[in-house]
Design a protein around this ligand. Structure first.
Ligand code: HEC
Length: 169
């Protein structure tokens, strides 16, 4: 891991330590019930709570932006591959950062992922201050790319999969 990643892992560990005191389920309910609607910056595309519209068209630039933000903000907890395996996750007690590439996560609507980043979810802190709306969509698109990668690699026979994993890491 680069020094930046270690630093981020440290920050994440502190966030987790601070959050460890609260009851995840209660926190989740309060989050949903009490959080006022986010104010979007002028010109930003917004998704309402039940809006499943796809985010803006994927471009290479946006995907690379999403990868950069994901690596810096999400990977410390959810892992570089999105599989939920990270230094922080291994050290966490209680609810762990879930896999973002399993079948359930593939079925999440874009709006659900964007909202989770925006408002947090249980043990996960709200990251709206770190990721403005445009970056949230970029991250959602990068998560989709990680999911497709998982499908392609996951379809290989076990022996080939190990080989491919080594190359793709
Ligand atoms: C500090 C660690 C941490 C960071 C950073 C973090 N997450 Fe999470 N995330 C979690 C944990 C823990 C959960 C499970 C929370 C629970 O179940 O109570 C979670 C859950 C989720 C979920 C599932 C929400 C649902 O509806 O079930 C999604 C999607 C998600 N995270 C996406 C992201 C993305 C994208 C980023 C980066 C922008 C990110 N997370 C950053 C810890 C983190």
């Amino acid at each position: 891991m680069s020094p930046l990643r270690w630093w981020l892992a440290g920050v994440a560990a502190v966030i987790i330590a601070l959050g460890a005191g609260c009851d995840g389920a209660l926190h989740r309910m309060q989050d949903r019930a009490e959080k006022p609607a986010m104010e979007a910056p002028a010109g930003a595309v917004t998704l309402g709570a039940d809006d499943d519209r796809a985010p803006p068209v994927m471009t290479r630039e946006r995907l690379e932006r999403g990868e950069d933000r994901y690596d810096r903000v999400c990977a410390a907890c959810h892992g570089l591959l999105g599989d939920g395996d990270s230094v922080v996750a291994r050290a966490m007690v209680g609810r762990k950062p879930r896999s973002l590439v399993d079948a359930a996560a593939v079925a999440f609507a874009d709006a659900r992922i964007a909202r989770t980043i925006d408002s947090g979810y249980g043990a996960m802190p709200a990251l709206a201050d770190v990721l403005p709306a445009a970056d949230r969509f970029a991250v959602v698109q990068f998560v989709r790319a990680l999911q497709r990668r998982e499908v392609v690699v996951g379809d290989l026979p076990a022996a080939r999969r190990a080989e491919a994993e080594r190359w793709l890491k």
